[in-house]
Every structure is written in C-alpha cells, then in structure tokens.
Write a protein that binds this ligand. Structure first.
Ligand code: 4AD
Ligand code: MG
Length: 428
C-alpha cells in the first residue's frame, strides 16, 4: 500500500491512498480534496470532465473526515501542499461522516480537550505527535548505542520515590499499592546487575498544581549507571539532549514548519551547556528582584526567570539537601548541599531533567530513610543494595512531555501526549 509520506516514490504512477477527507474546496468544474492517511496530507484533484458520471458528485457530497479510498495518477506540483498531488480517477466512500464537531474555525481549549479523540486528527496534533515519537526514538537510540540496557520497572509499587505527597494509591488485594512516580529505585538495582540501564514508561504524580508543566501521568526516560558521578551524569544528559534535538532537526523539519517553530532556537542547542550552582542561581534570581531565601526550592516562576538568561539548556547543581529527595548524595565538601542537578530548558521552559548521584553508603542511607519518615521495611531491599558491592552511581529522569513542549515552543504540556491526564481531566 502506498502512503502519502512516500508518495514521491510514485510520481507518474497510478496509486491508491486509503484515508480520510481532511478538507475540500470547490471551484467550478474542479474539486480539491485534501486527503490525509495518517502519514501526511495530499491533494486529490477531481476534474468533472475527466471522471465517470457520479464520481464528481460523490466527491462533492463528502463531509469532513469521511473515510475514503482514492486512486489516480500521482504528479509533482510545487503549489500543492506537500509538493505532490493526485489526479483523481476513482473514489470509494467507506463511510460518510456525520457533521464533524471540529471545524477549521477556532475552538476553545476545553472543547478541544473534550474532543481529544478527534482533535488528534488535526495537522497541528499530527506534527506534535510525530515529534514526540521522534524524541522517544532518539532518546532510546542514543542510550542503546552507548550500551545502556533497557530494563522495564514496575508501575505497581509498595513505596514512594519522590515524596509521599503526590502518591496515587490503589487497592492491591489485602493491602495497598502506589502507582510509580519514577523507576529510579529499581534502576539502581538493575544498574548493579547490568552496569548501565534505562527504563522508559509512564509515571504518576497526584500533582494538585494546575500549571502549564504538570501532568498527573507523564512519560519519563530514566538512565542509571554504576560508577557514574555527578559530572558524568551531566555529561551524559548533555549528550543526550543535544542528540535528541539534532535528530528532530534532521528528521522532523516539516513538522517544525507546521508548528511554526523557528529552527534557529534549536540549532543553538550545542555543548557545552552552562553549569551553575544553586548558590549562583539564587544570586541571579535576587539580582532580578526575587526574594528567595537560601534553602528554598525553585518553583516554576524562578525556573522561568533563570532559563531565560541562557540561550541553551543550563544545569543547576548542588541544591540544598532539604529541597531534594532522600536518596541524594551529600557533597562531601559541603554536606548541606547534594550532588544533584536539574537541567532547565531555555526560553523560560524550566526543568526538563532531574537527577544526580545517589547515596551509596548503607548507614547514611538507612539514616536518611528514617529521617524522612519513610517505612523502613518497604525500603529494606533498596538499603540492601548498599550492602552488596555498593558503588557510587548516578542517574536522571527526562520528562518526555516537557521536553517536547520546549522543543516545539508550545504553551502547555497538554498537547504533547495523546490523552493528557490533568488534575481536572480524565476524559476521554
Ligand atoms: O525531577 P524528578 O521528580 O526526578 C525523578 O523522578 C527522579 N527519580 C529521576 C531519576 O533520577 N531517575 O522528575 C524528572 C523529570 C522532571 O525533570 C520533568 O521533566 C518530569 O520528570 N516531570 C514531570 N513532567 C510532567 N508532569 C509532571 N507532573 C512531572 N513531574 C516531573
Ligand atoms: Mg525535579
């Protein structure tokens, strides 16, 4: 079967496309059918005098999103969207669609979100989802090539990784389970077994915040490596982000064009990324008028201000221990800060990666679990990893939706996942 994406290989031939009517325009004895098949959009031109009786009228009766099979001669045409068009010869109507709720006019976001199952068919969503898939492909490819082994981690877990306030709880036979916030703790076990690993899957947080960067279900790719320190992590994350952006630039130009994303902003994503300490970040924020106390975590606003100061992603490292998770390795030179770093995307986008070096000392780990008030019994296996061949190790998580939002210069993460889950949205 021929796809629109590869229609250029069939110029001068008769081809058949199976798809849907995206839009139509008539002008006298001509009808321009914009047909989409999921891989692209192509124009099929119906000329009354060239067609068997009935076909031209059938084309005229088509409604938006009717499923159709069209066939005809493929030719190059620089004026046509995509550069090729089809001289319509045959038309088969598979289903004549009911009046379609999403018309080319403007719709409100809530209306579109209620019709997300249909909204996905629009050109804009098509471009976003194709870039999302490309980002996922590029991430896995980069790590696979470096010898990282993909190790899937559980979704149903007995304990928290990123704090107990955002846990989703679910009954689990006689007890309860939580949906994974991160695969990290399990990655640490598989990293000791396989050296370098990554997991990639959905993660869940009962985020009560209604912001443009929070979903309750998001996808995260998390590499973890034995014998990797904080600097090693930043180097790995930098290489990964550069490779992902480059692959999108190479393979998704058309999509960037549809979304009117200026490639120049992405072309600037070159190594080395600046690395600043939390202390320096606080100074920069204060210089911009923020009243932030040392020890406070950055919120979205602070990240926005910081990330506007750089033309490429920036690492902020050595955060105060009290604003980071229990497993973060304290800096031996300054135990009040940890060997963790976030990567903030430029243009005001803020954090897309969080990670760092993990505590590998058993006593310290057990103390941190206790101080944090976590149920020690559920973390026994995790603390155990520090008894059998403990080594310094590091890892991080990159959020897919935030990364795609930044790469495409979008306003909100909600459009970067097929069916977004937000505090006030579970449908469709
Ligand atoms: O900084 P976070 O919470 O780090 C972790 O979960 C670590 N355990 C990862 C690791 O070291 N293996 O989350 C990592 C990234 C964030 O930088 C962000 O991109 C994304 O996950 N993220 C979210 N994306 C959308 N909605 C949310 N509610 C998100 N929370 C985190
Ligand atoms: Mg974080």
């Amino acid at each position: 079967m021929v796809t629109i994406e590869r229609i250029g290989e069939h110029v001068g031939e008769e081809a058949e496309i199976r798809g849907w009517l995206y839009n139509m325009r008539s002008s006298g004895a001509l009808r321009f059918l914009l047909v989409r098949d999921g891989t692209g959009v192509m124009q099929a031109v119906a000329v009354r005098s060239d067609l068997p009786a009935g076909v031209f009228d059938a084309a005229g009766a088509l409604t938006q999103e009717s499923s159709i099979i069209v066939a005809g001669l493929v030719r190059e045409d620089r004026r046509a969207p995509g550069g090729y068009e089809m001289a319509l010869r045959r038309l088969e109507v598979v289903q004549l669609a009911d009046p379609y709720p999403i018309t080319p006019k403007e719709h409100g976001v809530e209306f579109l979100m209620d019709h997300r199952h249909l909204w996905l068919r629009s050109q804009r969503q098509w471009a976003i989802m194709r870039v999302r898939a490309e980002v996922e492909r590029a991430l896995c490819r980069y790590l696979d090539d470096l010898g990282y082994l993909r190790m899937d981690t559980p979704i149903l877990t007995p304990s928290a990784c990123e704090g107990t306030t955002t846990l989703f709880e679910t009954p689990y036979f006689e007890r309860r389970a939580y949906l994974a916030q991160s695969g990290q703790l399990y990655n640490e076990a598989t990293a000791a077994a396989f050296g370098r690993v990554y997991c990639f899957g959905p993660t869940f947080r009962a985020e009560k915040s209604k912001t443009r960067r929070h979903l309750t279900e998001f996808w995260m790719l998390e590499p973890e490596a034995a014998y990797l320190d904080l600097d090693g992590y930043m180097e790995l994350a930098e290489g990964l982000v550069v490779a992902v952006v480059r692959q999108v630039l190479e393979r998704r130009r058309r999509e960037l064009e549809i979304l009117q994303r200026d490639p120049a902003a992405l072309e600037r994503v070159q190594p080395p990324f600046p690395r600043i300490t939390y202390d320096e970040a606080v100074e920069r924020l204060r210089a911009r008028g923020a009243t932030i106390a040392w020890g406070d975590d950055f919120g979205g606003d602070e990240e926005t201000v910081l990330s506007r100061e750089f033309d490429r992603p920036v690492f902020v490292h050595r955060y105060p221990a009290r604003c980071k998770a229990f497993y973060m390795q304290p800096d031996p030179a300054r135990p009040e800060v940890v060997l963790g770093a976030d990567l903030l995307a430029p243009e005001g986008y803020g954090e897309i990666i969080g990670g760092g070096q993990r505590i590998h000392d058993r006593e310290l780990m057990e103390r941190r679990i206790e101080e944090t008030g976590l149920p020690a019994a559920e973390y026994q296996w995790y603390a155990d990893l520090r008894r059998y061949g403990a080594v310094p190790h590091s890892g991080f998580g990159i959020g897919i939706e935030r990364t795609v939002t930044w790469i495409l210069g979008l306003e909100h993460v909600r459009e970067t996942i097929p069916f977004p889950r937000l505090i006030n949205r579970l449908y469709p």
